[in-house]
Design a protein around this ligand. Sequence first.
Ligand code: CP
Length: 309
Amino acid sequence: MKHFISMQQLSGETINHILKEAESIRKSPITINKQLFAANLFFEPSTRTKMSFEVAQKKLGLEMLDLHTEASSLVKGESLYDTSKTFEAIGADVLIVRHPSDYWIDEIEEEGQLRIPVINAGSGKEEHPTQCMLDLLTMYQEFGNVKRRKVVIAGDIKHSRVARSNALALEKLGADVFLSAAPGFEDDSLHFPYITMDEAVEIADVVMLLRIQHERHIHKAETFDYLSLYGLTRERAAKMKKHAIIMHPAPINRGVEIDTKLVESKQSRIFKQMENGVYVRMAILMHVLKEWGIINENEINKRQALNII
Ligand code: CP
């Protein structure tokens, strides 16, 4: 059985299936008829991912186990693997993990075997698959699918797990992906063309902005003039196509990568993305629990007739 770790492990068919389920859940909520425990292990700060997983778990009827890392045996040197095995032993049915290491899942898999599924809620600067899935749902709601849509991901590409997950998944789904970054923020391991923000606003169907990931920098980056040189100003936004949308995974640094007036503008889908995070995480939890045989169709409270995308 596979843990839910990377967009690269998912086929286009599986991505589309989960997105349809998320849209279906949005229209017609479901619950699980079985006592199950979901453990949330966040080793990095989070507002959106952690809270939307909690809302998703509550809506599905799951019991939550919330690890406070600073008050746990991690401070006594317990490893991530032993912490995960502990949750398995005390009855957790699924683990949600955010960790600053790029490859924490390798640590878990090298040390032994977990008998419960793990969902990646953010791994270093490598992957953020549940964020990517909610971004995709937001684009699908807008355009039906992403085929031949021009998506520009702009910002601190080098230190962003959102950029990597999105760029590779969007390419797999048929989108034309472009990157835009200030000097030094490019990521050579991603093979997509770089364009300026002035070029981006002219061609994009989606402008996806990213904040500067100061916590992953050795030296604090200078942000003076960043907006006018590399960010989405009001002047640039006025040149976007009528149907084009603005996205951002947040947290937002208003006035740095985006003019504050654009955050809640008509073209912005930033808060829609956050709302979609709940439905997508419900769908991912359901998908994983079904794949691992932890629930079956009889343990799901049936919904009304579906009207799926
Ligand atoms: N987008 C995102 O992952 O936000 P949080 O860090 O607040 O979870």
